[in-house]
Design a protein around this ligand. Structure first.
Ligand code: DC
Length: 230
């Protein structure tokens, strides 16, 4: 159920493990807006690349595999729809193989251009939309109504991820933290569209905040941005 009239685009960027997806879905639901998970698009593209069996260091072959696949990502906040060539891959895109491979695939500039075009078309079709990713405020939607950059301390992010996976072993949690740091540094240092806050983004640090508090903060910011203070 939506609470108030919101029309426009909210971008939610930031590293993994900040609770960004849950916050983005909840904000979209409360605003009665569409929701686009651009990470799911890069993950679905990675499925297409893995299934094509191409060499991951061959940017041209990787791009061809992505452009030839029919990648569909739904925009409803209450249902996760992700298909590649008509096959439901919603579960597979969260698995270890795709998670390991998605960074090099998403670093290929031609892959990014293809997916950014699709992201802009999907956004254009919605009167109100919450879009989450890494470069939404900086590259995909530079004129968005509200740009939020969600961050949190690495330890807090590793704990959150461990909780989702049901992991309690300290050694495994340290491995998760190492994987998060590895992906952050890869995503922040790539030449094309590195992970960073847009100059006009509002940085929200979720360390020590529960999800409801973060959702309320983003909702306040969104309603204020359209002149309808909470
Ligand atoms: O948010 P996520 O973990 O599902 O994202 C998966 C990968 O895709 C991550 O390594 C960064 C990349 N990504 C990106 O490069 N640009 C985006 N807009 C979204 C995700």
């Amino acid at each position: 159920m939506s609470e108030r009239r919101f029309s426009g685009q909210v971008t939610l960027d930031g590293p993994s493990g900040t609770g960004k997806s849950s916050v983005a879905r909840a904000v979209a639901t409360r605003l009665g807006a569409a929701y686009l998970d651009t990470g799911a698009m890069y993950r679905a593209a990675t499925v297409a690349v893995l299934d094509a069996g191409v060499d991951l260091t061959d940017a041209e072959a990787v791009t061809r595999a992505v452009s030839e696949a029919a990648i569909e990502v739904g925009t409803a906040a209450d249902a996760e729809v992700v298909t590649v060539d008509g096959v439901d891959v919603a579960e597979r895109i969260r698995g270890a193989e795709v998670t390991r491979t998605v960074s090099p695939v998403s670093a290929v500039p031609a892959v990014r251009r293809l997916l950014v075009d699709r992201q802009r078309s999907l956004v254009a079709a919605a009167d109100a939309v919450v879009v989450e990713g890494r470069d939404i405020g900086t590259v995909v939607l530079p004129d968005a109504t509200l740009k939020v950059y969600l961050t949190a301390a690495p330890e807090a992010r590793a704990q959150r991820r461990a909780g989702q996976l049901g992991v309690t072993d300290a050694h495994k949690i340290a491995e998760i933290a190492a994987d998060l740091r590895r992906r952050d540094s890869y995503d922040s240092s790539r030449a094309d569209s590195p992970l960073r806050p847009a100059a006009d983004a509002i940085v929200v640090d979720s360390t020590g905040l529960d999800q409801d508090a973060v959702v309320d903060r983003v909702l306040d910011l969104a309603l204020t941005a359209v002149g309808e203070p909470a």
